[in-house]
Design a protein around this ligand. Structure first.
Ligand code: HEC
Ligand code: HEC
Length: 293
């Protein structure tokens, strides 16, 4: 290395060298372009300004507050307050509206659907699935098959008081355990019968006249003579090929032998009446119903 003065010009490129040299290789002195440098200085100035105005530098507890007094939490709170204010007229209209008024007023209905969709995602999706698709023991709400009724009033009642919930006004329906009431052969016949009702294959041992008689004696009181179900008792329709607890032989055997009692919580007191109203409109719309039947 030599400390030679910088006027040393590289003959090949015509660029000045820094004077540094290693084994005959010399370092060219190529300055940064001016435009690049100005942008760099501008960002530094902007950063200093930002640090002064906004919260920026982390301290041991907290951070520098910035002279503008802005916080992201404060900004969200403000936006939410604005949104609530904007929605207030619609919310209070919805609060007072009856279901038939909501159904007739397209704007109000659209508002209710949006509120209902948001509340559904927060409260109902964990059990019923994001789009209301359901799962084992949690009914699909996208079909127009309703265990407890599909009118807006019926859906509202289901949501308000729940099913087999702890609320005193809860809906209750009992699917008894038949293991103590019927023998294994009779239960086997009924498993076949339930599958036949649902349009599924049966075993060769299926004795339809016997199964018909057993069904009439033990099951028809709740599920109806033809197995079409009863919304007063929450006894599902058995002839619609929609299964809450599975349609394979083992699942049906379990249903008949041990009984079933799935639980839907009551939302009265946890959600306000307007939200429950919006949810009813939304849930009914999932089933493809456009107007109150
Ligand atoms: C802890 C799980 C759970 C949550 C949370 C839940 N549900 Fe349910 N829901 C159920 C179960 C289980 C049933 C079926 C009960 C039965 O077998 O009759 C049900 C049934 C229903 C029904 C009746 C369906 C029919 O066919 O008649 C409606 C409507 C309903 N839920 C809406 C909602 C709404 C709206 C929410 C949110 C506010 C919600 N559910 C939250 C578990 C849940
Ligand atoms: C006291 C009324 C009652 C009687 C009697 C009754 N059930 Fe039920 N059954 C219900 C109720 C209520 C449910 C729904 C349980 C739930 O949702 O948790 C149900 C559910 C079922 C299911 C499940 C349906 C599905 O979609 O997965 C089957 C299958 C069934 N019952 C068959 C029978 C058969 C067969 C008999 C006669 C041996 C019978 N039930 C007798 C009330 C009854």
């Amino acid at each position: 290395m030599s400390g030679a003065p910088h006027e040393d010009i590289d003959a090949h490129s015509g660029t000045a060298t820094t004077g540094h040299e290693w084994d005959g290789i010399r370092e060219l002195n190529t300055p940064l372009p001016k435009w690049w440098l100005y942008i760099l200085y501008a960002t530094i100035v902007w950063a200093i300004g930002y640090i002064i105005v906004y919260p920026a530098i982390p301290l041991i507890s907290g951070h520098t507050p910035g002279v503008a007094g802005w916080t992201s939490r404060g900004a969200v709170t403000q936006e939410l307050a604005q949104l609530t204010q904007q929605r207030a007229p619609m919310t209070s209209t919805l609060e007072k509206a009856s279901f038939s008024e909501i159904t007739k007023d397209e704007r109000l209905r659209t508002f209710a659907l949006a509120q209902g969709r948001a509340a559904f995602g927060d409260n109902c999706a964990p059990c019923h699935g994001a789009g209301g698709g359901g799962a084992f023991s949690f009914p699909n709400l996208n079909d127009d098959d309703w265990i407890w009724g599909g009118s807006l009033e019926a859906i509202q009642q289901t949501i308000q008081y729940g099913i087999r919930s702890t609320h005193p006004d809860t809906r209750i329906g009992i699917m008894p355990a038949f293991a103590q009431i019927l023998n294994t052969k009779e239960i086997g016949q009924l498993v076949n019968h339930v599958r036949a009702l649902g349009g599924l294959t049966t075993e060769n041992t299926y004795d339809k006249p016997l199964a018909d008689r057993l069904f009439g004696e033990q099951c028809a009181a709740c599920h109806g003579d033809g197995g079409k179900g009863n919304i007063e008792l929450g006894a599902p329709n058995l002839v619609d090929s929609i299964w809450l607890f599975g349609s394979d032989k083992a699942s049906i055997l379990q249903t008949l032998a041990r009984g079933r009692a799935s639980m839907m919580p009551a939302w009265n007191g946890r959600l306000d009446d307007t939200t429950i109203k919006a949810l009813s409109v939304y849930v009914q719309s999932l089933g493809g119903v456009k107007t109150v039947p």
